[in-house]
Design a protein around this ligand. Structure first.
Ligand SMILES: [Zn+2]
Length: 349
Protein backbone atom coordinates (compact mmCIF):
# COMPACT_ATOMS: atom_id res chain seq x y z
CA UNK A 1 0.00 0.00 0.00
CA UNK A 2 1.44 3.37 -0.99
CA UNK A 3 2.01 6.06 1.58
CA UNK A 4 0.46 9.47 1.15
CA UNK A 5 2.48 11.63 -1.22
CA UNK A 6 2.83 14.26 1.47
CA UNK A 7 5.08 11.79 3.30
CA UNK A 8 7.73 12.09 0.59
CA UNK A 9 10.97 13.75 1.65
CA UNK A 10 11.69 17.22 0.28
CA UNK A 11 14.48 17.42 -2.30
CA UNK A 12 17.82 18.76 -1.12
CA UNK A 13 21.12 19.68 -2.69
CA UNK A 14 22.54 16.32 -1.60
CA UNK A 15 19.89 14.48 -3.59
CA UNK A 16 19.14 13.94 -7.24
CA UNK A 17 15.92 13.23 -9.05
CA UNK A 18 15.97 10.28 -11.48
CA UNK A 19 13.77 8.94 -14.22
CA UNK A 20 12.72 5.31 -14.39
CA UNK A 21 15.73 3.19 -15.35
CA UNK A 22 13.54 0.64 -17.13
CA UNK A 23 11.24 2.74 -19.35
CA UNK A 24 12.72 6.26 -18.99
CA UNK A 25 9.39 7.71 -17.80
CA UNK A 26 9.12 10.30 -15.05
CA UNK A 27 5.65 9.29 -13.92
CA UNK A 28 5.28 7.58 -10.57
CA UNK A 29 3.39 7.07 -7.34
CA UNK A 30 4.92 7.01 -3.89
CA UNK A 31 5.33 3.34 -2.92
CA UNK A 32 6.89 3.45 0.53
CA UNK A 33 8.64 6.05 2.70
CA UNK A 34 11.12 4.93 5.33
CA UNK A 35 14.05 6.20 7.34
CA UNK A 36 17.46 4.57 7.21
CA UNK A 37 17.28 2.55 10.40
CA UNK A 38 19.93 -0.05 9.76
CA UNK A 39 23.00 1.63 11.26
CA UNK A 40 23.34 3.96 14.20
CA UNK A 41 26.02 6.06 12.57
CA UNK A 42 24.44 6.77 9.21
CA UNK A 43 22.50 10.00 8.53
CA UNK A 44 18.80 9.78 9.31
CA UNK A 45 16.01 11.19 7.16
CA UNK A 46 13.12 9.88 5.11
CA UNK A 47 13.70 8.17 1.79
CA UNK A 48 10.95 7.55 -0.74
CA UNK A 49 10.59 4.49 -2.91
CA UNK A 50 8.42 5.28 -5.91
CA UNK A 51 6.71 2.96 -8.41
CA UNK A 52 6.72 3.83 -12.10
CA UNK A 53 3.17 4.11 -13.40
CA UNK A 54 4.27 2.86 -16.82
CA UNK A 55 6.36 -0.25 -16.12
CA UNK A 56 6.06 -0.87 -12.37
CA UNK A 57 9.75 -0.52 -11.49
CA UNK A 58 10.23 0.49 -7.86
CA UNK A 59 13.14 2.85 -7.22
CA UNK A 60 14.46 5.42 -4.78
CA UNK A 61 13.55 8.93 -5.86
CA UNK A 62 14.99 11.38 -5.07
CA UNK A 63 18.19 9.64 -3.99
CA UNK A 64 21.48 10.73 -2.43
CA UNK A 65 24.16 11.95 -4.82
CA UNK A 66 27.15 9.59 -5.24
CA UNK A 67 29.21 11.67 -2.81
CA UNK A 68 26.43 11.75 -0.23
CA UNK A 69 25.78 8.03 -0.63
CA UNK A 70 29.20 7.13 0.75
CA UNK A 71 28.06 8.30 4.20
CA UNK A 72 25.40 5.57 4.20
CA UNK A 73 27.99 2.79 3.89
CA UNK A 74 29.80 2.38 7.21
CA UNK A 75 32.65 -0.11 7.40
CA UNK A 76 30.38 -2.56 9.22
CA UNK A 77 28.26 -2.86 6.06
CA UNK A 78 30.91 -5.10 4.58
CA UNK A 79 30.91 -7.54 7.48
CA UNK A 80 28.79 -9.92 5.48
CA UNK A 81 28.27 -13.56 6.19
CA UNK A 82 30.36 -14.88 3.36
CA UNK A 83 33.35 -15.76 5.48
CA UNK A 84 34.08 -15.92 9.22
CA UNK A 85 35.23 -12.61 10.65
CA UNK A 86 37.63 -14.25 13.11
CA UNK A 87 39.83 -17.22 12.27
CA UNK A 88 38.86 -20.25 14.29
CA UNK A 89 41.01 -21.09 17.29
CA UNK A 90 42.99 -24.29 16.83
CA UNK A 91 42.05 -25.55 20.28
CA UNK A 92 38.33 -24.96 19.82
CA UNK A 93 36.43 -28.09 20.62
CA UNK A 94 35.31 -30.11 17.63
CA UNK A 95 31.73 -30.48 18.86
CA UNK A 96 31.50 -26.73 19.24
CA UNK A 97 32.60 -26.22 15.65
CA UNK A 98 30.17 -28.87 14.45
CA UNK A 99 27.29 -27.14 16.23
CA UNK A 100 28.16 -23.66 15.06
CA UNK A 101 24.96 -23.33 13.06
CA UNK A 102 25.55 -19.81 11.74
CA UNK A 103 28.92 -20.99 10.38
CA UNK A 104 27.17 -23.99 8.82
CA UNK A 105 24.67 -21.63 7.23
CA UNK A 106 27.47 -19.48 5.84
CA UNK A 107 29.05 -22.57 4.32
CA UNK A 108 25.72 -23.67 2.83
CA UNK A 109 25.12 -20.25 1.27
CA UNK A 110 28.61 -20.24 -0.22
CA UNK A 111 28.22 -23.74 -1.64
CA UNK A 112 24.83 -22.76 -3.05
CA UNK A 113 26.38 -19.84 -4.91
CA UNK A 114 29.14 -22.07 -6.26
CA UNK A 115 26.71 -24.74 -7.40
CA UNK A 116 24.55 -22.16 -9.20
CA UNK A 117 27.54 -21.05 -11.25
CA UNK A 118 28.74 -24.63 -11.84
CA UNK A 119 25.29 -25.66 -13.08
CA UNK A 120 25.35 -23.13 -15.90
CA UNK A 121 29.10 -22.88 -16.49
CA UNK A 122 30.60 -26.24 -15.46
CA UNK A 123 34.18 -25.57 -16.53
CA UNK A 124 36.34 -23.04 -14.70
CA UNK A 125 36.66 -19.77 -16.58
CA UNK A 126 36.95 -16.04 -15.92
CA UNK A 127 34.73 -14.69 -13.16
CA UNK A 128 33.96 -11.07 -12.28
CA UNK A 129 32.14 -10.57 -8.96
CA UNK A 130 30.51 -7.16 -8.53
CA UNK A 131 30.30 -6.14 -4.89
CA UNK A 132 32.28 -9.09 -3.53
CA UNK A 133 31.89 -8.24 0.16
CA UNK A 134 34.84 -9.72 2.04
CA UNK A 135 35.81 -11.93 -0.90
CA UNK A 136 34.72 -15.35 0.39
CA UNK A 137 33.00 -16.32 -2.86
CA UNK A 138 35.92 -15.15 -4.99
CA UNK A 139 38.37 -17.13 -2.86
CA UNK A 140 36.23 -20.26 -3.07
CA UNK A 141 35.96 -20.00 -6.85
CA UNK A 142 39.68 -19.38 -7.17
CA UNK A 143 40.16 -22.59 -5.23
CA UNK A 144 38.17 -24.39 -7.91
CA UNK A 145 40.47 -23.16 -10.64
CA UNK A 146 38.64 -20.05 -11.74
CA UNK A 147 40.43 -16.87 -12.75
CA UNK A 148 38.70 -14.31 -10.53
CA UNK A 149 38.52 -10.56 -10.01
CA UNK A 150 36.26 -8.36 -7.89
CA UNK A 151 35.04 -4.81 -8.29
CA UNK A 152 33.87 -2.68 -5.40
CA UNK A 153 33.56 1.01 -4.50
CA UNK A 154 35.20 0.40 -1.11
CA UNK A 155 38.98 0.86 -1.02
CA UNK A 156 39.11 -0.99 2.32
CA UNK A 157 37.33 -4.05 1.00
CA UNK A 158 39.46 -4.18 -2.13
CA UNK A 159 42.57 -3.98 0.04
CA UNK A 160 41.20 -6.73 2.30
CA UNK A 161 40.55 -9.01 -0.68
CA UNK A 162 44.03 -8.41 -2.08
CA UNK A 163 45.89 -8.99 1.16
CA UNK A 164 43.75 -11.77 2.64
CA UNK A 165 43.10 -13.78 -0.52
CA UNK A 166 45.70 -12.55 -3.03
CA UNK A 167 42.90 -11.72 -5.44
CA UNK A 168 42.69 -8.64 -7.66
CA UNK A 169 39.89 -6.25 -6.74
CA UNK A 170 39.29 -3.09 -8.75
CA UNK A 171 38.09 -0.13 -6.77
CA UNK A 172 35.47 1.37 -9.03
CA UNK A 173 31.82 1.99 -9.61
CA UNK A 174 30.90 -0.89 -11.91
CA UNK A 175 29.29 1.49 -14.43
CA UNK A 176 32.62 3.33 -14.73
CA UNK A 177 34.62 0.15 -15.30
CA UNK A 178 36.53 -0.12 -18.55
CA UNK A 179 37.03 -3.74 -19.55
CA UNK A 180 37.63 -5.20 -23.01
CA UNK A 181 34.97 -7.18 -24.84
CA UNK A 182 34.90 -10.93 -24.20
CA UNK A 183 36.87 -10.66 -20.96
CA UNK A 184 34.55 -12.59 -18.60
CA UNK A 185 32.66 -15.88 -18.74
CA UNK A 186 30.57 -15.22 -15.65
CA UNK A 187 29.54 -11.95 -13.98
CA UNK A 188 27.92 -12.26 -10.56
CA UNK A 189 25.91 -9.77 -8.54
CA UNK A 190 25.23 -11.38 -5.17
CA UNK A 191 22.91 -8.77 -3.64
CA UNK A 192 24.73 -5.90 -5.32
CA UNK A 193 22.58 -5.24 -8.39
CA UNK A 194 20.01 -3.29 -6.36
CA UNK A 195 22.85 -0.98 -5.25
CA UNK A 196 23.80 -0.01 -8.83
CA UNK A 197 23.03 3.60 -9.69
CA UNK A 198 22.29 2.70 -13.31
CA UNK A 199 21.40 -0.99 -13.57
CA UNK A 200 20.61 -0.62 -17.28
CA UNK A 201 24.14 0.63 -17.94
CA UNK A 202 25.50 -2.20 -15.77
CA UNK A 203 23.76 -4.72 -18.04
CA UNK A 204 25.19 -3.00 -21.11
CA UNK A 205 28.66 -3.48 -19.66
CA UNK A 206 27.94 -7.12 -18.85
CA UNK A 207 26.73 -7.78 -22.38
CA UNK A 208 29.88 -6.23 -23.81
CA UNK A 209 32.41 -8.03 -21.60
CA UNK A 210 30.76 -11.46 -21.51
CA UNK A 211 32.02 -14.23 -23.77
CA UNK A 212 29.49 -15.59 -26.32
CA UNK A 213 28.25 -18.36 -24.00
CA UNK A 214 28.88 -16.38 -20.83
CA UNK A 215 26.28 -15.95 -18.09
CA UNK A 216 25.19 -13.25 -15.72
CA UNK A 217 23.99 -14.21 -12.24
CA UNK A 218 21.89 -11.68 -10.33
CA UNK A 219 20.57 -12.24 -6.82
CA UNK A 220 18.27 -9.50 -5.54
CA UNK A 221 15.79 -9.09 -2.70
CA UNK A 222 12.28 -9.87 -3.90
CA UNK A 223 9.94 -6.86 -3.98
CA UNK A 224 7.05 -9.32 -3.72
CA UNK A 225 8.34 -11.29 -0.77
CA UNK A 226 6.11 -11.94 2.22
CA UNK A 227 8.83 -10.47 4.37
CA UNK A 228 8.77 -7.22 2.43
CA UNK A 229 5.00 -6.94 2.70
CA UNK A 230 4.78 -7.78 6.39
CA UNK A 231 7.94 -6.28 7.84
CA UNK A 232 8.98 -3.29 5.78
CA UNK A 233 7.45 -0.84 8.25
CA UNK A 234 9.19 -2.30 11.28
CA UNK A 235 12.35 -3.89 9.90
CA UNK A 236 15.03 -2.09 7.85
CA UNK A 237 16.10 -5.24 6.03
CA UNK A 238 13.48 -5.83 3.34
CA UNK A 239 13.97 -2.50 1.56
CA UNK A 240 17.15 -1.13 3.19
CA UNK A 241 16.91 2.45 1.93
CA UNK A 242 18.86 4.39 0.81
CA UNK A 243 21.45 1.73 -0.07
CA UNK A 244 19.00 -0.25 -2.18
CA UNK A 245 18.30 2.11 -5.06
CA UNK A 246 16.07 -0.38 -6.89
CA UNK A 247 13.55 -2.86 -5.65
CA UNK A 248 12.99 -5.57 -8.24
CA UNK A 249 10.23 -8.08 -8.62
CA UNK A 250 10.59 -10.95 -11.06
CA UNK A 251 8.62 -9.12 -13.76
CA UNK A 252 10.63 -5.91 -13.73
CA UNK A 253 14.01 -7.67 -13.70
CA UNK A 254 12.93 -9.99 -16.51
CA UNK A 255 11.78 -6.99 -18.53
CA UNK A 256 15.01 -5.09 -17.95
CA UNK A 257 17.13 -8.08 -18.96
CA UNK A 258 15.03 -8.64 -22.08
CA UNK A 259 15.27 -5.01 -23.14
CA UNK A 260 19.01 -5.11 -22.61
CA UNK A 261 19.47 -8.09 -24.92
CA UNK A 262 19.55 -10.96 -22.42
CA UNK A 263 17.48 -14.11 -22.32
CA UNK A 264 16.61 -15.54 -18.94
CA UNK A 265 17.80 -19.13 -18.52
CA UNK A 266 16.51 -19.68 -14.99
CA UNK A 267 14.85 -17.89 -12.08
CA UNK A 268 14.72 -19.40 -8.63
CA UNK A 269 13.13 -17.91 -5.53
CA UNK A 270 14.87 -18.72 -2.28
CA UNK A 271 16.37 -17.40 0.92
CA UNK A 272 20.12 -17.79 1.29
CA UNK A 273 20.22 -17.11 5.01
CA UNK A 274 16.81 -18.30 6.12
CA UNK A 275 18.14 -19.20 9.51
CA UNK A 276 19.37 -15.71 10.36
CA UNK A 277 16.12 -14.18 11.51
CA UNK A 278 14.96 -17.18 13.49
CA UNK A 279 18.41 -17.43 15.02
CA UNK A 280 18.06 -13.90 16.40
CA UNK A 281 14.74 -14.82 18.02
CA UNK A 282 16.08 -18.13 19.31
CA UNK A 283 19.18 -16.54 20.80
CA UNK A 284 17.15 -13.78 22.46
CA UNK A 285 14.96 -16.42 24.12
CA UNK A 286 17.91 -18.59 25.08
CA UNK A 287 19.68 -15.70 26.82
CA UNK A 288 16.78 -15.52 29.26
CA UNK A 289 17.57 -19.05 30.47
CA UNK A 290 20.74 -18.71 32.59
CA UNK A 291 23.10 -18.13 29.67
CA UNK A 292 26.21 -19.57 31.36
CA UNK A 293 24.58 -22.70 32.75
CA UNK A 294 24.41 -26.11 31.10
CA UNK A 295 20.58 -25.89 30.73
CA UNK A 296 21.03 -22.43 29.22
CA UNK A 297 23.59 -23.65 26.70
CA UNK A 298 21.54 -26.73 25.84
CA UNK A 299 18.42 -24.60 25.38
CA UNK A 300 20.33 -22.30 23.12
CA UNK A 301 21.56 -25.18 20.97
CA UNK A 302 18.08 -26.65 20.81
CA UNK A 303 16.44 -23.34 19.89
CA UNK A 304 19.10 -22.71 17.27
CA UNK A 305 18.51 -26.13 15.75
CA UNK A 306 14.76 -25.54 15.71
CA UNK A 307 15.33 -22.12 14.15
CA UNK A 308 17.63 -23.69 11.56
CA UNK A 309 15.06 -26.30 10.53
CA UNK A 310 12.10 -23.93 10.71
CA UNK A 311 13.96 -21.31 8.65
CA UNK A 312 14.65 -23.81 5.88
CA UNK A 313 11.08 -25.10 5.90
CA UNK A 314 9.56 -21.64 5.70
CA UNK A 315 12.06 -20.67 2.99
CA UNK A 316 11.10 -23.73 0.91
CA UNK A 317 7.39 -22.95 1.11
CA UNK A 318 7.87 -19.26 0.30
CA UNK A 319 10.27 -20.13 -2.51
CA UNK A 320 7.71 -22.41 -4.14
CA UNK A 321 5.15 -19.60 -3.88
CA UNK A 322 7.66 -17.11 -5.38
CA UNK A 323 7.39 -15.08 -2.19
CA UNK A 324 10.79 -15.84 -0.65
CA UNK A 325 13.20 -13.14 0.48
CA UNK A 326 15.29 -13.21 -2.70
CA UNK A 327 15.39 -14.56 -6.19
CA UNK A 328 18.33 -15.37 -8.42
CA UNK A 329 18.30 -14.93 -12.18
CA UNK A 330 20.70 -16.60 -14.61
CA UNK A 331 20.74 -15.05 -18.08
CA UNK A 332 22.72 -15.19 -21.31
CA UNK A 333 23.10 -12.67 -24.10
CA UNK A 334 20.38 -13.18 -26.69
CA UNK A 335 20.54 -12.49 -30.42
CA UNK A 336 18.57 -9.29 -29.96
CA UNK A 337 20.22 -5.93 -29.55
CA UNK A 338 19.66 -3.77 -26.51
CA UNK A 339 16.34 -1.99 -26.99
CA UNK A 340 16.51 0.32 -24.04
CA UNK A 341 18.48 3.50 -23.77
CA UNK A 342 17.52 6.48 -21.65
CA UNK A 343 19.85 9.23 -22.89
CA UNK A 344 19.44 11.35 -19.80
CA UNK A 345 17.70 9.58 -16.96
CA UNK A 346 18.99 11.90 -14.27
CA UNK A 347 18.13 15.46 -13.38
CA UNK A 348 19.58 17.12 -10.32
CA UNK A 349 17.05 18.75 -8.03
ZN1 LIG B 1 9.13 2.74 -15.86
Amino acid sequence: MANRETDAPPPSSAQEHVRCNLCCADDYDIYHVQQDRRYDHTPRGAHALVRCRICGLIYLNPRPTPERMLSFYPAIFYDRLDEPREPRRANERRWKRALDLPALREGMALREKMSIVARYHPRPGRLLDVGPGRGGFLAAMKGRGWSVVGVDISADMCEHIRTRHGIECVRSDFAALSLPADSADVVTFWASFEHQRDPGAALDICRRILSPRGIIVILVPNAKSIEERLLRRVDPNPVDVPRHLYHFGEETLRLMLSRKGFEVVSIRHFTLNAYDRLSVIANAQARKISPGSVPGRMSRLLLNAVGFAAGDSVACILGAARRAHSFVVIARASNRDSLLSCPSSKTVS
